[in-house]
Design a protein around this ligand. Structure first.
Ligand SMILES: [Zn+2]
Length: 189
């Protein structure tokens, strides 16, 4: 694939994703997070490897991992973007393993919106309101994530699956208004 095709292809992917996340965040009253979402993707350290490993139909990060065994782009991205649970990992005290810290409420909610937007782009016309939940509960990542974060994301995506987007976003908006600065939230189902 030509350089120009990869360059503009990747630029288009980022812009489309950011626009979708922004629109959805705004509907939830999350203005700052909507505007700032994934901005680091325009940095040289993320943009350049993504152009190099651009695929068109799947993430350049997977391709970079396949080729190099790790992705420079992803390491840069997850270290700067709090809506990824991988940002919230550290070795605590004298532990001999990494721990996943519970994501603060507002970043957990941003990750829910990120997941919904990614599902839409990935599934295109086959997207249904059940897709983000079904994908998440069948993913491998839930086995490594903080269990409380898994519980919260599952609850919010299940709400979308059962009630549809309009109702779900109204619900998320009310939660955001009330819990914006809270560290955690407990849902009673
Ligand atoms: Zn991101």
């Amino acid at each position: 694939m030509s350089f120009a095709k990869r360059f503009f292809g990747h630029l288009h992917t980022i812009n489309t994703h950011r626009f979708l996340v922004m629109k959805t965040c705004f509907k939830c009253g999350m203005y700052a997070q909507g505007l700032l979402h994934d901005l680091s993707k325009y940095s040289f350290s993320e943009f350049w490897p993504s152009v190099t490993y651009f695929q068109g139909d799947r993430s350049p990060i997977s391709k970079e991992k396949q080729v190099k065994g790790y992705s420079q782009c992803w390491l840069h991205h997850k270290g700067r973007n709090k809506h990824h649970w991988e940002y919230w990992t550290d070795r605590l005290g004298s532990d001999t393993k990494l721990s996943c810290i519970e994501m603060p409420f507002r970043y957990m909610l941003e990750s829910v919106i990120d997941r919904i937007s990614a599902s839409k782009v990935y599934k295109k016309e086959k997207y249904t309101q059940a897709e983000p939940y079904d994908f998440f509960v069948n993913s491998k990542e839930i086995h490594v994530m903080n269990p409380k974060t898994v519980e919260q994301i599952s609850y919010l995506l299940k709400y979308l699956k059962e009630n549809g987007e309009e109702k779900a976003l109204t619900y998320y908006k009310s939660l955001y208004k009330e819990h914006k600065y809270d560290q955690t939230i407990t849902f009673h189902s």
